[in-house]
Design a protein around this ligand. Structure first.
Ligand code: ATP
Ligand code: MG
Length: 138
């Protein structure tokens, strides 16, 4: 169990103006922001980030949507961060997500579900390294 996880605020949530509210919820949930960046992924970068899903039927749609506009990427710290954050954001499908969770409040569909959260300590490290140099971490 590690104290680090990685998150992205997805393009639709950024475009809809929810960045500030989501960052506030992250802080209110006791997650400390260790690194933060706004950027737009190319299709190739989005494809590489989600390469584990390349055989899934929604892969093309996922890559399109994740590269469709700017995202906000962050490294978060909290005890048992990966599981704590997945609990906090709610289920993948916003319609099934816990009341008051980030995905329930700001997700529009299973594809545009407001945020990404790492699914293991190993992937939290891989995903953090995908976006952040050591100099950009605090
Ligand atoms: P994430 O990895 O983004 O934190 P997750 O771990 O809850 O989400 P995954 O199974 O890893 O869910 O799916 C990755 C992303 O692919 C989801 O966040 C969602 O945007 C998209 N996705 C998953 N299932 C579907 C689906 N059935 N239809 C469309 N998009 C989907
Ligand atoms: Mg996942």
């Amino acid at each position: 169990m590690s104290n680090i996880t990685f998150t992205m605020i997805k393009p639709a949530a950024v475009a809809d103006g929810h960045t500030g509210a989501i960052l506030a919820m992250i802080s209110d949930g006791g997650f400390k922001i260790k690194a933060l960046r706004m950027l737009q992924l190319s299709q190739a970068e989005a494809g590489a980030f989600y390469a584990v899903h390349r055989e899934r039927p929604f892969y093309t749609e996922l890559v399109e949507s994740m590269s469709s506009g700017p995202i906000v990427a962050a490294i978060l710290e909290k005890e048992d961060a990966v599981q704590a954050y997945r609990d906090y954001i709610g289920a993948t499908n916003p319609a099934e997500a816990r009341e008051d969770s980030i995905r329930k409040l700001y997700g529009k569909s299973i594809g545009d579900n407001a945020v990404h959260g790492s699914d293991s300590d190993e992937n939290a490290i891989i995903e953090s390294n995908f976006f952040f140099n050591t100099m950009d971490r605090f």
